[in-house]
Ligand binder design. Structure first.
Ligand SMILES: [Zn+2]
Length: 429
């Protein structure tokens, strides 16, 4: 849809702009600025206008998700991480068919869109010995209209469920197949972690990312035991091991990076790697607190993710990112609203390598319309968004200029929720 979008109030680069406008052409923002200037560049395009009780913001960027985990919500809460992983996660997944995956992902992606998340990096490991499950998840992305970065997992550890395990050759072949057949899906590679993928597999995945010009996502140091194990087995820290395996560069997206030291943070910065921080999941699972402030001081690009998807909300993640840094450093100035908002939008997009996250020329036309009636006119809207907003403020969401959330649950999402209830009855203990 090519059109001119006029906003009485918009957030651009985190700052309030009044009577702002942008031109949407072929899914991207072709021009943006003051309405008076941009109008002339819109020719005779149709116009869409939002009044002052609406705040138009870039769509939120979810840097890390396992969407199927919405199935674990409720019944597997409040367990230790080890019990949650072995008795909830690994217990359920063998029973999920591609059709189940499709409906679960439609439900999860619909929740995300309703919360203003327009891009999701889905770290997908329900491989099921092929690509059928992955294709079901991609179909869900296509149907819901969410922008996806599909991080296709590689795993070869002994302890992993057999339907996840693959040889390096098979994993590479299947990932390449997805890249070729789904060019819109930003398919990239994701050796699961330092414990679930062998050093050879991680090295091969990094080489794959270079040869295919894509990113490489990897879980790193979510728990303290990983550092100890890595040191015992390889005599080096987790980030040091990635570096030794030629798997630490500007393509690397480290998920979590909680239990790392200052030398590792410096190395992440020097190599140009990115980190995705998951503050709500880190609290939910009792993981610990990533020192995001120190990472950013080393120039590391940091984005935010909803990870376990207990409540996929980037507004919650932004708020938690700020609060956790304040607690970690017992310093109320540690990470402010503007920084948390940047991580949930343009910095997260930069971390993923996707051109979105702001309302400027060159970005994808991914934007969200918020009900601004509760935004205090006496303070910066970005502070209201981070510290006071609710997902219910989201009135509409657009991806590539196409409206993908209208303010009400879509018939598809209503059906998906019913299907997920049926699946849960079948597969849950
Ligand atoms: Zn994860």
């Amino acid at each position: 849809m090519n059109e001119l979008v006029r906003c009485a109030r918009a957030l651009v680069g985190g700052a309030l702009r009044e009577d702002y406008a942008f031109v949407v052409r072929d899914g991207s923002i072709a021009a943006a600025g003051d309405f008076g200037e941009v109008r002339a560049r819109a020719g005779d395009l149709p116009a869409r206008a939002y009044p002052a009780n609406r705040l138009v913001v870039p769509g939120f960027v979810n840097g890390h998700s396992h969407a199927y985990q919405i199935l674990l919500r409720g019944w597997a809460d409040d367990w230790t991480f080890a019990k949650w992983r072995s008795e909830a996660l690994y217990r359920v997944v063998p029973y999920l068919t591609p059709d189940d995956v499709h409906w679960i992902f439609v439900a999860a992606f619909s929740e995300m869109l309703a919360a203003g998340i327009t891009t999701v990096a889905e770290f997908f490991y329900l491989n099921g010995g092929g690509n059928a499950h992955a294709e079901a998840a991609l179909l869900a992305a296509q149907e819901t209209g969410i922008r996806i970065v599909f991080a296709r997992t590689w795993m070869d550890a002994e302890y992993a469920p057999p339907q996840f395990r693959e040889s390096i050759d098979l994993a590479a072949e299947r990932t390449l197949d997805l890249q070729q057949r789904y060019p819109w899906a930003n398919v990239c590679v994701a050796p699961h972690s330092l414990h679930a993928a062998s050093p050879e597999m991680i090295r091969a995945a990094a080489a794959f990312a270079r040869s295919q010009d894509c990113t490489m996502h990897v879980h790193v140091a979510e728990a303290s035991y990983e550092g100890e194990q890595t040191m015992q087995a390889h005599g080096v820290t987790p980030i040091g091991l990635l570096d030794r395996l030629d798997a630490l560069d500007e393509r690397t997206i480290a998920i979590h990076a909680i239990y790392i030291d200052e030398d590792e943070r410096r190395l992440l910065g020097e190599r140009g790697a990115a980190v995705i921080h998951n503050p709500m999941t880190n609290q939910y699972l009792g993981d610990g607190i990533c020192d995001v402030t120190a990472l950013r001081a080393h120039g590391v690009r940091v984005g935010l993710g909803t990870d376990a998807d207990v409540k996929p909300s980037l507004i919650d993640e932004m708020r938690a990112a700020s609060y956790l840094q304040k607690i970690l450093r017992t310093d109320g100035s540690a990470l402010g609203a503007g920084e948390a908002y940047a991580m949930g939008t343009r910095e997260g997009a930069a971390a993923l390598g996707v051109p979105c996250g702001d309302l400027i020329a060159g970005c994808a036309a991914d934007y969200v319309v918020l009900n601004a009636n509760a935004v205090d006119p006496w303070g910066p809207p970005v502070n209201a968004l981070v510290y006071r907003a609710q997902d219910a403020w989201v009135q509409a969401a657009f991806v590539g200029g196409v409206r993908v959330f209208t303010g009400e649950p879509s018939p598809l999402s209503v059906r998906a929720r019913a299907e997920v209830a049926r699946i849960a009855q079948r597969v849950l203990p």
